[in-house]
Design a protein around this ligand. Structure first.
Ligand SMILES: Nc1ncnc2c1ncn2[C@@H]1O[C@H](COP(=O)(O)OP(=O)(O)OP(=O)(O)O)[C@@H](O)[C@H]1O
Ligand SMILES: [Mg+2]
Length: 237
């Protein structure tokens, strides 16, 4: 199945967890890939001027997709996508992203779509990130960066995902501050309050994604289930 990966903030491990999932699913011999439809901030990776997340996700995907499918919108300015788009004189169009998503879907068994920043994010003057998620009819995986402040960020984000009419598939607790002594208590407090399953707790692992994958087995099994009809792109979204 496919899912949209969001987070409680920027830098909470959306890419880290997505790469771990891609690697674990590839080990299960699944045709997997990840998209980053909107990326802001470019650098030199793999001898191309691309976004770092795009490079990491592409390397970890078992299906090689064209760059314009993985990342239809690449903006130079490292800021919120609607601002970066404005600076580039561009307009973010959901139909273009949907087209890329369909092309990717036709070549994969599991497709992970990484968001950008957190959940409440404008795409243009009319639309928010949730409009893209609804347009693609994707369930949402929430990566919660566990550190001081995680309770507020995670509960607000989970509430917003549901209030926006999206499906919360579940959440992953990513221990982004290994020095925080109340991480496990925070995860337990969140688990008691979020109406979606905790699908894994990933310790801080000094950048070791294969190690992180060991903590995501049940999520991998869930993602490995064949796509449901409901997951096909909604045509009236
Ligand atoms: N569990 C972890 N163990 C070790 N390093 C981690 C872990 N989670 C995240 N990191 C590291 O923290 C940094 C931020 O993570 P990542 O880039 O995945 O965040 P993000 O939510 O995708 O950020 P963005 O909003 O920029 O896309 C990266 O250097 C990543 O390798
Ligand atoms: Mg990222």
């Amino acid at each position: 199945m496919d899912c949209f990966v969001t987070g409680t903030d920027t830098d909470v491990g959306k890419t880290f967890v997505t790469v771990a999932l891609l690697q674990a699913l590839a080990v299960r011999h699944l045709q997997v890939a990840a998209l980053k439809p909107l990326a802001a901030g470019l650098g030199r990776y793999d001898e191309e001027t691309i976004n770092e997340d795009v490079a990491l996700l592409r390397r970890a995907s078992s299906v090689r997709l064209p760059l314009e499918v993985i990342n239809p919108y690449a903006f130079q300015a490292p800021t919120a996508p609607h601002l970066a788009a404005e600076l580039a004189g561009a307009h973010i169009n959901l139909a273009l992203i949907e087209h890329a998503y369909r092309r990717a879907q036709s070549q994969t068994q599991v497709l992970l779509v990484e968001g950008v920043g957190g959940w409440c994010l404008p795409l243009n003057d009319q639309q928010m990130l949730c409009d893209l998620v609804k347009h693609l009819a994707l369930p949402v995986l929430l990566i919660a960066g566990i550190r001081l402040g995680a309770l507020n960020h995670t509960l607000l984000t989970a509430r917003a995902i549901l209030a926006d009419g999206c499906e919360l598939l579940g959440w992953v607790a990513n221990i982004v501050d290994p020095t925080y002594p109340y991480a496990q208590a925070t995860v337990a407090a969140l688990e008691a309050r979020i109406a979606a399953p905790l699908l894994g707790t990933v310790p801080w692992g000094e950048g070791d994604t294969p190690c992180a994958a060991a903590h995501l087995e049940s999520l991998c099994t869930l993602l490995a289930t064949p796509r449901a009809r409901a997951q096909k792109v909604s045509r009236d979204g």
